[in-house]
Design a protein around this ligand. Structure first.
Ligand SMILES: Cc1cc2nc3c(=O)[nH]c(=O)nc-3n(C[C@H](O)[C@H](O)[C@H](O)COP(=O)(O)OP(=O)(O)OC[C@H]3O[C@@H](n4cnc5c(N)ncnc54)[C@H](O)[C@@H]3O)c2cc1C
Length: 337
């Protein structure tokens, strides 16, 4: 079924809670709706949206937003493994919750990430050392350029950090994800090497996927704002990967050791640390702010922030970090104009 609304307010469809509207909003419940939608679309300005949890609507969107309501959830058991084919409109955390409830391993570390299943595969969501690429078997999509349905194997998705073939510049607007298939297993075990998960689960007895899920959610809640209460897009900036010489230069500037992770012959520096060093943690400008517990997260501090206010705050932070450290921060969230 296809439903269409003109001049649609999207405040409830972006986790920043920006009060913006789009010219046209289309929802579809079946993959077979898509050829019909594209045959009748009058504007060639469109994009897909899930829960808008990685988007900043800077202004109103003069085009069509396409929102999947495909909610299929089909399970195929193969010995200890389970293949699950999921509609792109299903909230991914519902999938995580179901798998943990029935004791299947693989996606418990991805607990609590907002967003729908389709976007999860586009974004290659990740947390606590696990990415969706680790369990993804297949992505089904509608190719709007060739007007046909196509399947992508895990390899064909060309996954990298928060990146997939669907995000390549030349594929902008090309694919609408309809379903994803993931593989989870009864025979797995906890992956606790990241963050302080291990310390949180040090106790006797068997650890279950649900134990890990609960701990991950607890850990996330302790530092991230709850999108139902405070608007944000999660981590707003990417962590910069810099040359060793830059790392040494920054260490000299601050006169102390700089947190970092080796990345080949370069190093990754937490953007949160750079932002905090510039005094931005917990600061607000007008209605936009920097989360007091995690400076990587920009927030709609009063609930009344406009996209332009968040953009202005982003600009100030980028300017300060560049002035102090000579490093240019890049946003992770998509900016929609
Ligand atoms: C509080 C908070 C915490 C977060 N924590 C994490 C985290 O730990 N790890 C992490 O990886 N991310 C995290 N995020 C970011 C976000 O949750 C993910 O990027 C998520 O996958 C976005 O899902 P969405 O449905 O909201 O997609 P949207 O933001 O609506 O869209 C994201 C991208 O996917 C495209 N897209 C959406 N649906 C489709 C479709 N059906 N077909 C084709 N393209 C599509 C959109 O065009 C856009 O380019 C967090 C966000 C918030 C607000």
């Amino acid at each position: 079924m296809i439903t269409q609304s003109e001049h649609f307010n999207i405040r409830a469809f972006n986790t920043f809670g920006i009060n913006a509207q789009c010219d046209c909003w289309i929802e579809f419940t079946e993959a077979s709706d898509l050829p019909v939608v594209f045959a009748s679309m009058t504007s060639d300005r469109y994009r897909c949206i899930g829960q808008g949890s990685n988007m900043l609507f800077v202004n109103d969107y003069h085009g069509t937003l396409l929102h999947s309501r495909i909610l299929d959830f089909d399970i195929e058991h193969r010995d200890a493994d389970m293949l699950i084919r999921i509609g792109s409109g299903m909230p991914f955390d519902d999938v995580v919750s179901k798998c943990c409830e029935i004791g299947y391993w693989g996606i418990e570390n991805l607990s609590g990430i907002p967003g729908d299943a389709g976007a999860a595969a586009v974004q290659n969501i990740g947390a606590y050392g696990v990415e969706i690429k680790d369990v993804l078997v297949k992505v089904e999509a509608y190719d709007t350029f060739a007007n046909k349905f196509v399947d992508f194997s895990n390899d064909a998705c060309q996954y990298a950090y928060r990146h997939s073939v669907f995000k390549d510049h030349e594929n902008a607007g090309r694919y609408v994800v309809t379903h994803i298939t993931i593989k989870v297993t009864k025979n797995g075990g906890p992956l606790l090497n990241y963050g302080n998960l291990k310390a949180g689960l040090e106790r006797n007895g068997n650890i279950t996927p649900m134990d890990v899920r609960k701990l991950v959610i607890e850990t996330r809640n302790a530092k991230l704002p709850d999108p139902t209460k405070v608007g944000s897009a999660g981590s707003f900036f990417k962590n910069p990967v810099v040359e060793l010489a830059d790392y040494n230069r920054i260490s000299t500037i601050v006169g102390t050791s700089v947190p970092h992770y080796p990345m080949g012959d370069k190093v990754k520096i937490p953007a949160a640390w750079l932002i905090e060093q510039c005094g931005w943690k917990g600061r607000t400008i007008g209605n936009a702010g920097v989360w007091h517990l995690q400076p990587l997260v920009l927030v709609n501090a009063t609930g009344r922030a406009t996209g332009e206010e968040i953009l202005a705050l982003e600009g100030e932070i980028v300017r300060d970090v560049k002035e102090k450290f000579g490093i240019i921060l890049h946003p992770e969230a998509d900016h929609i104009y």
